[in-house]
Design a binder for this molecule. Structure first.
Ligand code: UDP
Length: 239
């Protein structure tokens, strides 16, 4: 799957919602299916890193709206992403591909710290790198972190896997029956139209640095592998 002169390298963002299979905690069947799809793409020659969300455990904004200090609640949210990262690592290894977790909050017994050059080296050796604990910073989201990690580790593309939608629509398809799916759109338009499919700060970071993003639905079996291999599913967002 050569891309230019070097192998294709991508960052996959998976939301925590996916891992929970719609409820709190982990659905091992869902995680293992995602892991097998990732392993398949690695075996086909794609270098893969993953940012995992944590919405299946805690979202800082929700806890803070119910009285918790926002920053402390955000740290709980970040710790949730680490549990997802460890589960994904385990299932990727069970699928026969080595995987490393790197966290933005140091926790030496369970994961490496985030070291970008080492992350690149892992990918070059066909190990999957799973980034946990977001940016390590309250008030950030894992969407924004996925754009940042993709940029810093020189990924060719950011792939955003979604539950419930199969791309970017002109309006929320769950609320508006006239909403149409777009094959492609610009970051300017996504921001101007206030499309919420990904955080505005993630769109802005990609726009400012010329990183393309593909938003795709995970409902269709095998779509994670397809996106990793570079098939034109979902919606391409670019400058
Ligand atoms: N979070 C944070 N800083 C980060 C990444 C995540 O504070 O850099 C916290 C935040 O509270 C967020 C939670 O972790 O609500 C889970 O992440 P996110 O909501 O992005 O997960 P997803 O919606 O993708 O499951």
């Amino acid at each position: 799957v050569a891309h230019g002169t070097h192998p294709r390298r991508v960052l996959l963002k998976l939301s925590g919602e996916v891992f929970g299979g719609g409820s709190i905690g982990l659905d091992p069947d869902v995680v293992s299916d995602a892991a097998r799809q990732i392993a398949e793409a690695v075996r086909a020659g794609v270098q893969v890193s993953v940012v995992v969300g944590g919405g299946n455990f805690f979202r800082g904004a929700e806890l803070s709206s119910r009285g918790m200090d926002r920053a402390r609640a955000d740290y709980m949210g970040m710790l949730g992403t680490v549990m997802n990262a460890l589960a994904l690592q385990d299932f990727i290894e069970k699928a026969g591909v080595p995987a490393r977790v790197q966290t933005a909050i140091a926790m030496g017994q369970v994961a490496e710290s985030y070291i970008p050059l080492r992350a690149i080296r892992h990918m070059e050796k066909n190990r999957v790198v799973v980034f946990g604990a977001g940016a390590g910073l309250p008030y950030f989201s894992t969407d924004t972190v996925s754009a940042q990690r993709a940029l810093e580790t020189h990924c060719d593309e950011l792939l955003v896997g979604k539950n419930g939608v199969d791309g970017v629509y002109t309006a929320d398809p769950r609320k508006n029956p006239d909403a149409r799916r777009l094959d492609q759109l610009t970051y300017e338009r996504a921001l101007a139209d206030g499309l919420q499919v990904v955080d505005a700060s993630a769109f802005a970071l990609c726009r400012d640095n010329g990183l393309t993003m593909r938003v795709f639905g995970m409902g269709e079996p095998g779509n994670i592998t397809r996106a990793l291999l570079g098939e034109r599913i979902g919606t391409l967002v670019s400058c």
